[in-house]
Design a protein around this ligand. Structure first.
Ligand code: MF3
Ligand code: CO
Ligand code: CO
Length: 277
């Protein structure tokens, strides 16, 4: 496999796919409440994708060595790091939930993004849970703002790791961001830790995800018996945020943005819209 550099048509295809992936999360956001099951969220998302004219990239997804993934999205609660499978258990006040949505457009382009939800609102969640979600969001953006031609993937990983560890949290090593285009997971791998000036140099037209998984405790993980669900080994809380980004001639464009996207942190200057002009 190798890196694909998107031309104007590819960039247009990716913009559409990524906006639609973000709009699925916008649609779900008000529905994600105490008492709702993650399977209901999955069903609602599937219906919405149908209306959009997209299909889920995750349902039936089967990398070698894995069973087919059974959900239209991933729902990862509390100590679940990633790839949580929607089920009949109701969300409860104080849970933290990651919802990860990847859609495919009729033209075959993939858009991939995820957000954290504080179930029952900020007041229902522990200080640690809120801080973990906030720091993870900021860590993702610390990586995003590095993106421009000439920097290297190690610069992105280093920025994320420095920020997360500086706040007393740990970075999961076994899963990473990824190139994306007309395939779900393309080269390069985008590690969320690393050393400045190392690994692949960024060039315009690359599209990849930045999706740090950050643990409140130790970084170690383990896989559950279902072949998909990943949890923290020490059962500490874990959070993740994900955007798909494009490397432009001068910097970056965040592709997975829509009306309901949470605003970027204050350190992101100029804001993304201005960064593309
Ligand atoms: N959306 C995830 C990612 O960000 C991948 C999920 S694969 C699944 O790369 F099969 F678990 F859905
Ligand atoms: Co994802
Ligand atoms: Co991804």
């Amino acid at each position: 496999m190798s890196i694909t550099y998107k031309d104007a048509a590819g960039i247009a295809g990716m913009r559409t796919a990524c906006r639609l992936a973000s709009e699925v999360l916008d649609y779900l956001t008000p529905l994600i409440q105490p008492g709702v099951t993650t399977l209901e969220i999955d069903r609602l998302a599937a219906e919405y994708m149908k209306q959009q004219g997209t299909v889920s990239a995750t349902i039936g997804y089967q990398p070698s060595g894995y069973p087919p993934y059974p959900g239209h999205l991933c729902t990862s609660i509390n100590q679940v790091v990633c790839h949580g499978i929607p089920n009949e258990k109701a969300l409860k006040k104080g849970d933290i939930l990651n919802v990860d949505v990847t859609v495919i457009t009729p033209e075959g382009w993939y858009g991939d993004n995820s957000r954290m939800y504080l179930i029952g609102g900020e007041a229902a969640c522990s200080v640690q849970a809120r801080r973990l979600c906030q720091v993870t969001f900021e860590a993702m953006w610390k990586g995003i703002v590095m993106v421009r031609p000439g920097i290297r993937l190690g610069d992105i990983g280093h920025a994320i790791q420095t920020y997360a560890e500086g706040n007393g949290f740990s970075v999961v090593r076994e899963f990473c961001g990824h190139g994306i285009g007309q395939r779900f997971h393309e080269d390069p791998q985008v590690l969320h830790y690393g050393r400045p000036g190392t690994l692949e140099e960024l060039r315009p037209g690359m599209t990849f995800t930045i999706e740090p998984m950050i643990n409140a405790g130790k970084r170690d993980i383990k896989e559950m018996g279902d072949g998909w669900t990943i949890v923290t080994r020490d059962r500490s809380l874990s959070a993740q945020w994900e955007h798909t980004v494009l490397v432009t001639e001068t910097g970056y464009e965040v592709l997975t943005l829509s009306a309901g996207s949470p605003a970027a942190p204050a350190f992101v200057t100029p804001p993304p819209a201005a960064a593309l002009a």
